[in-house]
Write a protein that binds this ligand. Structure first.
Ligand SMILES: [Cu+2]
Length: 266
């Protein structure tokens, strides 16, 4: 861990108790602006897109209070050593696309991000590990978790549009990045990405998807079985936990990251 990271963590640790004492005014104000948004807990089961040759799984939980979302995810079985963009997609049908939404391109049948937009909508929130979480960071590949397995936890201030969509039941968690030809890296076998032609389609095609649904009242249980999720995460602070691969990737350029060889783990 870099000195800066340590310093940041130390600062967060100091600020956390203060934040814990401070928020009522902010929370109330935010709730009032958002239609009196009562705190709600949402869950998503993240299932793989088989048409994209994905076999991983995951879960996501969101505690939404006003516009503040405390997000927890556990993901497993994705491409190792590769960054996985992840978002709340919003304001469409609130469902994951069926395999029949996939199209044939370059002689291969697969689902790209655009194919799914009529179902899950466009990006409302980028579930990055640090920094900006707006749609502008949708492809900030140096700030997303790294596969194959990871835990993710972060408290995020959602846009009004995203908060409203999640409350309306049209929020969908989508995790991107596939290995269609199973060669251990993002490559160009599917052609360029529909989102950024400088990236390979494998890097941005949807891997896992799950609609966020309101759960029955009751306590939220933390991520189960995740080895990479910090056990010391403090409610109210911003924490993001990445896999070991993230250390290797930190500081390098995005496109380079996607083209570098995946780790030799298989
Ligand atoms: Cu997405």
């Amino acid at each position: 861990m870099s000195k800066n990271a340590v310093r940041t963590l130390a600062a967060l640790a100091v600020l956390a108790p203060i934040a814990a004492l401070a928020p009522p005014a902010l929370a109330d104000g935010t709730s009032a602006e958002n239609g009196g948004g009562r705190a709600v807990t949402l869950h998503a089961q993240l299932d793989p897109f088989k048409v994209n040759k994905v076999t991983g799984h995951g879960t996501a939980q969101v505690r939404l209070d006003g516009n503040e979302a405390h997000v927890k995810m556990q993901v497993s079985g994705l491409l190792a050593g590769a960054p996985h963009a992840q978002h709340f997609h919003i304001a469409a049908k609130g469902v994951c696309p069926p395999d029949s939404a996939a199209k044939v391109r370059n002689g291969k049948r697969f689902l790209n991000t655009t194919d799914g937009v009529p179902f899950y909508g466009t990006i409302g929130t980028s579930l990055t590990t640090t920094g900006d979480t707006s749609p502008d960071s949708g492809l900030a590949v140096d700030r997303f978790p790294v596969g194959p397995d990871y835990g993710y936890e972060r408290t995020i201030a959602l846009s009004d549009a995203a908060a409203q969509s999640l409350r309306a039941g049209t929020g969908v968690v989508v995790v991107h990045g596939i290995d269609y030809n199973n060669n251990g890296k993002y490559d160009d076998n599917l052609g360029p990405s529909d989102l950024d032609p400088k990236l390979p389609a494998e890097a941005t095609n949807p891997a896992l998807c799950g609609p966020l649904k309101k759960s029955a009242a009751g306590p939220v249980h933390g991520g189960q079985g995740g080895s990479q999720l910090a056990s010391s995460s403090t409610p109210g602070t911003t924490t993001a936990v990445m896999g070991t691969g993230a250390t290797l990737l930190a500081g390098a350029g995005g496109a380079l990251l996607l083209r570098r060889r995946a780790s030799r783990r298989s």
